[in-house]
Design a protein around this ligand. Structure first.
Ligand SMILES: Nc1ncnc2c1ncn2[C@@H]1O[C@H](COP(=O)(O)OP(=O)(O)OP(=O)(O)O)[C@@H](O)[C@H]1O
Length: 250
């Protein structure tokens, strides 16, 4: 079953067409990896899936991104609500300079949830899902900035999970982290796909092959090949894919 259906997607920055005629079905409760050389449009594509590109004034997208019977790109989409359902975590951990607890409850309070018991329950649930609870349960009111980089990134994932998203977009979420934190994030991603569909941009081929179910290879704004991850990494159909995964260009 597909959670997102992308058709005829073009994304421009001014005159630069950074994503070209992309068609892609993103499956529910799977991990989908986006790979390809620097500048090929992976992040641009990822950001279009929850309208983050709207924040870049010269960016313009056309086409169709189907989600729950709606086109995400339509003018009448409530972008704030969309970004709760399709959450995003960036390369660099970006917790708010507030307590661990406040990082999770900030948006919930904004949405009008005031009941302390309910908030505490969501905090615990989200931190458990992000595999962070045991490490922080005794210091929930300390600053999020006192956490390690890897913990901060898991907090950012917990913050997104608190909104109960159906899709999580991850833009190189582990590339700024040490190997142990990286491994924890990878484990977490595999665990999380039971309840949320995941799309991840990664430069790390080994990571893509370890954690993803499907992989899309982007090159110069186009999808060259999109298939089961195992097929892409063992027996790709396109020469260009093979050249890339075997490190003949980067
Ligand atoms: N904010 C922006 N303003 C203008 N052009 C942009 C912007 N972001 C990306 N681009 C352009 O869009 C194209 C695709 O960039 P994008 O960052 O999506 O590629 P990428 O595959 O994610 O690269 P990387 O792996 O280096 O992050 C590039 O030509 C880039 O210069």
């Amino acid at each position: 079953m597909n959670i997102l259906e992308v058709r005829d997607l073009d994304i421009y920055y001014g005159d630069n067409r950074a994503v070209k005629n992309v068609r892609m079905d993103i499956e529910k409760n799977k991990v989908t990896a986006l790979i390809g050389p620097s500048g090929c449009g992976k992040s641009t594509f990822l950001r279009s899936l929850n309208r983050m590109n709207d924040l870049i004034p010269i960016s313009f997208a056309q086409g169709d991104i189907g989600y729950e019977g709606l086109n995400i790109l339509s003018d009448n989409i409530n972008v704030v609500a969309l970004r709760k359902e399709i959450g995003m975590v960036f390369q660099k951990p970006n917790p708010f300079p507030k307590s661990i607890y406040e990082n999770i409850v900030h948006a919930l309070k904004y949405d009008g949830i005031k009941d302390k018991v309910q908030l505490q329950k969501i905090v615990e649930e989200s931190l458990r899902k992000a595999a962070l609870w045991d490490e922080v349960k005794d210091r929930l009111h300390e600053s999020a900035l006192s956490l390690s980089g890897g913990q901060q990134q898991r907090l950012c994932i917990a913050r997104a999970l608190a909104m109960k998203p159906s899709v999580l977009l991850l833009d190189e979420p582990a590339s700024a982290l040490d190997p142990i934190s990286n491994a924890k994030i990878e484990e977490l991603i595999v665990e999380l796909k039971k309840e949320v569909s995941i799309v991840i941009v990664t430069h790390n081929m080994a990571q893509a092959s370890r954690i993803s179910d499907k992989t899309a290879f982007f090159f110069e704004g186009e999808i060259i090949e999109y298939d089961q991850t195992e097929k892409i990494f063992t027996n790709p159909s396109e020469k260009k894919t093979e050249e890339y995964i075997t490190g003949r260009f980067s």
